[in-house]
Write a protein that binds this ligand. Sequence first.
Ligand SMILES: *Cc1c(COP(=O)(O)O)cnc(C)c1O
Length: 394
Amino acid sequence: MTEYAEDVHVQTRAVHITATPPVGSIPAAVPLYQTSLFTFDDLGEFSNAWAKTGGAFTYSRFGNPTTKAFEDTIAKMESGSSAMATASGMGAISAVLLSLLRTGDHVIAQRGLYGGVFSLLADLTERWGIEVTYIDAEDPREVEKACRATTKILYLETIANPMGHVCDLPSFAAAARAQNLITVVDNTFASPVLCQPLRHGADVVVHSTTKYIGGHADVVGGIVVVDDGTVAEKIWSFGAELGASADPFAAWLSIRGLQTLPVRMRVHCENARTIAERLAVHPKVCEVHWPGLPDHRSHEIATELLSDFGGVFAFDLRGGMQASHDFTKRIRVAALAPSLGGVSTTVLHPASISHSGMDENALDAAGIKPGTLRIAVGLEHVEDLWSDLEQALA
Ligand SMILES: *Cc1c(COP(=O)(O)O)cnc(C)c1O
């Protein structure tokens, strides 16, 4: 801020506070630039920055130093060239779909998608005439079969919710490329620690950073990562027009979470392995859907694609709906709650919560039963967690 006379009034003094930028030393943590706008000394520099040629920050919906630190780091972790942090995971997904699609376009999407995306696609169909074909994502030939002249996007999830289905991403991305489609992958469940979809042929990666990247159940956010500059420009400019941008404080909290992501993921996966293996032999449980188990239908491809198998999975209780009610009433260490990826364990009933938008046929096709529960394994001591689940099953 420009220097001005010392003899200003108390009101002006109170309003115009300047922080001295550190000189000769660097803050160890990324500073939080909780500012919506930036000031300039020179109109020429301002107009250059506004036209995005100067590169200076102008207004935080278009860019902010704290948010950019988060974006640049995730872009590198995902092997992309740039990233855009958004206000939520759905903000990221909406920005991608709305910037790459127009009326009459067609999307091929994996069945059993995150519920919010399923509803968004249904709305886009009804209101904007965007058509969707759902595939099982078991055989890459499904892409060519479903493809039309108007198809623009193949939409997949690295580890699908809640049954842990992992598709053969390299083959699906190659099949999409052969048809000139853009492959979008939701990498929320794997995080960049377990998988980097851009390395396997994906064009766009999206995350709900609310989950593992934030990691502490205290921030809602999302991010889009792209390697191709033309695709990035389309998404960044439309995303900013939509107002999908992240708030700097949310980005700052996400940075704080991100620093421990690899360590947390290791424990989430280790704890999930112990719980999955014990549930798999428990008499009250008929099936466990963790892709790390050798009899899971995606085990082979998951072993090739992921460095570990994640912390979220579903399991089926023998007693159906009543057993689901009893179990969720008795848990004490694990909490009955939506969401996942935080430090503490959460359990939910997909048929009545995350997948309640599906009718009976769709639930059946997705393998979700009245006795199916989803657990997002946290960072508690695994024996405390197991004792809790064991007493809840008794
Ligand atoms: C939670 C979630 C989303 C949506 O993210 P929000 O941050 O809640 O908007 C999208 N995809 C997956 C896989 C999720 O788990």
